[in-house]
Design a protein around this ligand. Structure first.
Ligand code: NAP
Ligand code: ZN
Length: 347
């Protein structure tokens, strides 16, 4: 077994603290890579707090993982020692269901193995994430990272990147579309970059007036402060798509009113509690309410390659792992510009 250093939550009430555990030995189809950087996703915080469902503790969060390969199994074909490598939100899936066969492992009908707070495909062994010094992953769930990349700024692409890229591609958002990005945080700022790159007219809908200059710098064409009634009124009935990245309770009916006829509100943010949706908010203007979860492995590689070719990375603030709690506190206040990334050398 491989002794692994990490930061873990022992339960939903205790702050993260150093912890050691054992990862499996490198199997024939496994890649082991040492973790250099790991992004901090709001999902990490939701899961440590049991916001969505009771978690598996001790919990080592982190699913925006990049590093360098130090060992490969005998049958590994895609990686060699010294390569850069990344892993996102999944480390395995059943591979044989209808969805896995269509490169949609994130919707595996038997349940994909989440990178942490999940179980391996034996449905018994817990998984531990990227707030750790090393990881062992089946090569089919390891991504190639361009060697020219700013590695720390690439890490967030593995969740924030693919989670916003995938729905924009699925709904073919681009030229001629008015796209609103709701919430300018980790996911939101990537959605702005992709929306602009795909040719859409992008508006940021934000509760934080002080983020306007950043939104414009990221490429957004317009900025609406959602606490300003006059600005919201002026935006009514204007968007083809809203990509909703909000992590907390919000009024879907109000945002649905900002869509044009036939518009689509796409949820990627996952607030802890259920929302109330009025049927009238949807039927008046034949609107759709939809959702999207991360992305499959093939599409994640496509997104990474697209970002490498188009110089797209995340805007990051690097932190020492001992400051993780402070990063979470700032995240809850919406004070993220625009993704915290842990320098794992500080572990
Ligand atoms: P984040 O960096 O904290 O950004 C969330 C943003 O939402 C905040 O910066 C803030 O932007 C806005 N916001 C927060 N509270 C709000 C409120 N009460 N009303 C309106 N806006 C509010 O979080 P993230 O890492 O981007 O993650 C966002 C959500 O996506 C989380 O729920 C996360 O779990 C989820 N997620 C889903 C997937 C998926 O597969 N679907 C993948 C990853 C993450 P402003 O300051 O601009 O208002
Ligand atoms: Zn995430």
């Amino acid at each position: 077994m491989i002794e692994t250093k990490a930061y873990a939550a022992q339960d939903e009430k205790t702050p993260l603290a150093p912890w050691t555990f054992e990862r499996r030995e490198v199997g024939a189809h496994d890649v082991q890579f040492d973790i250099l950087f790991c992004g901090v996703c709001h999902s990490d915080l939701h899961q440590i707090k049991n916001d969505w469902f009771p978690g598996i503790f001790p919990m080592v969060p982190g699913h925006e993982i990049v590093g360098r390969v130090i060992k490969v199994g005998d049958h590994v074909k895609k990686f060699k020692v010294g390569d850069l490598a990344g892993t996102g939100c999944m480390v395995d899936s059943c591979r044989v269901c209808e969805n896995c066969k269509q490169d949609l492992e994130q919707y595996c009908l038997k349940g994909s193995s989440q990178t942490y707070n999940g179980l391996e495909q034996d449905h018994k062994t817990p998984t531990y994430g990227g707030y750790s010094n090393t990881i062992v992953v089946n090569e089919d769930f390891v991504l190639h990272i361009s060697k020219d990349a700013d590695l720390a700024a690439v890490a967030p692409l593995l969740c924030a990147g693919i989670t916003t890229y995938s729905p924009l591609r699925y709904w073919k958002v681009g030229k001629g579309h008015k796209l609103a990005v709701l919430g300018l945080g980790g996911l939101g700022h990537m959605a702005v970059k992709f929306g602009v790159a795909f040719g859409a007219e992008v508006t940021v809908l934000s509760t934080s007036p002080k983020k306007e200059a950043d939104a414009k710098r990221l490429g957004a064409h317009h900025f609406v402060v959602t606490t300003d009634k006059a600005q919201v009124k002026a935006a009514k009935g204007t968007f083809d798509f809203i990509l909703d990245t909000v992590s907390a309770e919000h009024d879907f009916n109000m945002y649905l009113s900002l869509l044009r006829t036939n518009g689509t509100h796409i949820c990627v943010g996952v607030p802890p509690n259920a929302a109330e949706i009025k049927a009238f908010s949807l039927l008046d203007g034949r609107k759709s309410l939809a959702g999207s979860g991360i992305g499959g492995i093939k599409e994640t590689q496509e997104m990474l390659d697209y970002c490498a070719a188009n110089n797209i990375v995340s805007d990051i603030e690097m932190i020492d792992i001992k400051d993780i709690q402070n990063a979470y506190d700032r995240m809850v206040k919406g004070d993220v510009r625009y993704r915290f990334v842990i320098d794992m050398a500080t572990l």
